[in-house]
Design a protein around this ligand. Structure first.
Ligand SMILES: [Fe+2]
Length: 449
């Protein structure tokens, strides 16, 4: 089976008919806004109210909170700012649904979000609909003088909502994983057979000085710039991510019990947390099973391994005689890779085996790299730091990225829970090294002697 593509001719035609070139910029943006908001609601279509209020760990937010917080973002940064005389129907939502924007006022404690039974899920949905209609009114009769200010914030709000769509998916997975009934978020929409995967290959890339960061064409987060020159010494990069089968070999070689492979902090974490496998793996009668958004399934050895921490990714790489790539190596290697693959649009909500035969010869695959985009976020060994010349913008929206540039690592490429229209070659995701509830995986690199 070929890897699912969201760039089929019929889908491209549907996209064109939804946003014909004759529409004004603001009409297209209005349609885009509603499309993104509807997709969030569509993700929740099989969830019951009881599912939407649980917070299983502080990192995980209840579905209801995501529904309301993304709405708060549009209300706070657009309606309150640009609609004369706008009054929030329920002013207390500003406190409940602010996440971390100190300049926007006080906020409720993140780790207590699961204790909030009111507003109810249906009230949160009502809040969404109300704010949507106000945004719609604003865009239907825009003050031309304000549009240049409104549009960038609206676009940021749309990308913010896409980020929360991914979090909603990974958070409900963590919630469901606590339940011995192993609820199904979404039935698989197709069978994907396990397959034999060829041995991992590496390709060599020569030393170069290249531009890193966003070139300013289209939307990007502030952390993707400024674009700057970077020296990237020669290195080699694995043509695909590490599979479950390869990771099982690490487990069976006592990888979790041998400190020589682990960073000191990682070794402490492994022992404190008693990790012996990726998150969501369960051993039953000698076989590995994993909890997926389609329920509990036998581990498919041909799928990319996922739900591993930076510590596990780094330890695996050491065991395999390799290392993780830097984010600059990754971005340089991805230059010719098409932004195509298993994204949230496939609605599989799980990584799938590489189809190296099916993808070979595709435009942009001349380097022979597979699954650079989609399936699993790839841990890099790069600390999440500002690029040279970076300055966070003043005000609340300047808090979006810059203040998190400490004690986190960069991940690249997006996952099976990321929207294809959300990811870029320059996109920098970031998490602390012990986190593993996102769809995080491993691509190996090596130094060239
Ligand atoms: Fe947010």
């Amino acid at each position: 089976m070929s890897p699912p593509s969201v760039e089929t001719a019929s889908e491209a035609a549907a996209e064109r008919s939804l946003f014909p070139a004759s529409q004004s910029r603001i009409q297209r943006l209005r349609a885009r806004f509603h499309q993104i908001r509807k997709f969030t609601n569509a993700l929740c279509v099989d969830l019951e109210p009881e599912d939407c209020v649980v917070q299983s760990i502080p990192d995980v937010s209840p579905t209801k909170w995501h529904l309301a917080h993304t709405t708060w973002f549009f209300e706070t940064f657009i309606l309150k700012k640009f609609v004369p005389g706008y009054r929030a129907e329920i002013p207390e939502y500003a406190y409940l649904f602010n996440s971390y924007y100190n300049a926007a006022g006080d906020m409720h404690r993140r780790d207590l979000r699961g204790l909030i039974s009111r507003p109810t899920v249906s009230e949160a949905q009502r809040y969404r609909a109300l704010v949507d209609s106000h945004i719609d009114d604003l865009l239907a009769n825009p003050d031309e003088g304000l549009l240049d200010e409104i549009v960038p914030i609206l676009v940021l709000g749309i990308h913010h909502e896409q980020q929360h769509q991914e979090l909603l998916i990974t958070d409900i997975k963590h919630v469901f994983a606590q339940n011995p009934l192993y609820p199904v978020f979404r039935q698989r929409n197709r069978d994907i057979a396990a397959k034999k995967i060829d041995r991992i290959r590496f390709i060599d890339l020569e030393e170069t000085v290249t531009a890193i960061g966003h070139d300013g064409d289209g939307f990007a987060y502030d952390n993707e710039g400024p674009r700057h020159q970077a020296l990237i010494p020669a290195f080699s990069l694995a043509t695909r991510p590490v599979t479950n089968g390869e990771y099982i070999a690490f487990i069976e070689d006592n990888g979790y019990g041998r400190p020589e492979f682990w960073l000191s902090l990682g070794w402490m974490t492994v022992n404190e947390q008693r990790w012996n496998a990726p998150l969501y793996w369960i051993k039953r009668d000698g076989a590995w099973w994993n909890f997926t958004l389609s329920g509990l399934r036998l581990v498919d050895q041909s799928e990319p391994v996922t739900h591993v921490s930076y510590f596990e990714a780094d330890a695996y790489a050491n065991w395999a005689g390799a290392r993780l790539p830097t984010e600059f190596e990754w971005e340089r290697a991805a230059t010719d890779s098409p932004i195509d693959g298993n994204f949230v649009e496939t609605q599989l909500f799980h990584p799938i085996p590489v189809d190296s035969a099916g993808s070979e010869g595709k435009p942009g695959q001349d380097r022979g790299l597979f699954q650079m985009f989609g399936d699993v976020w790839e841990w890099t060994r790069s600390a999440y730091s500002p690029y040279p010349g970076y300055r966070a913008a003043p005000g609340a929206l300047g808090e979006y990225n810059g203040k998190f540039m400490c004690n986190q690592y960069v991940l690249r490429g997006g996952s099976c829970a990321t929207s294809r229209t959300h990811i870029r070659r320059t996109y920098r995701n970031f998490f602390q090294p012990e986190k593993r509830w996102q769809f995080t995986g491993i691509r190996l690199a090596r130094d060239l002697q």
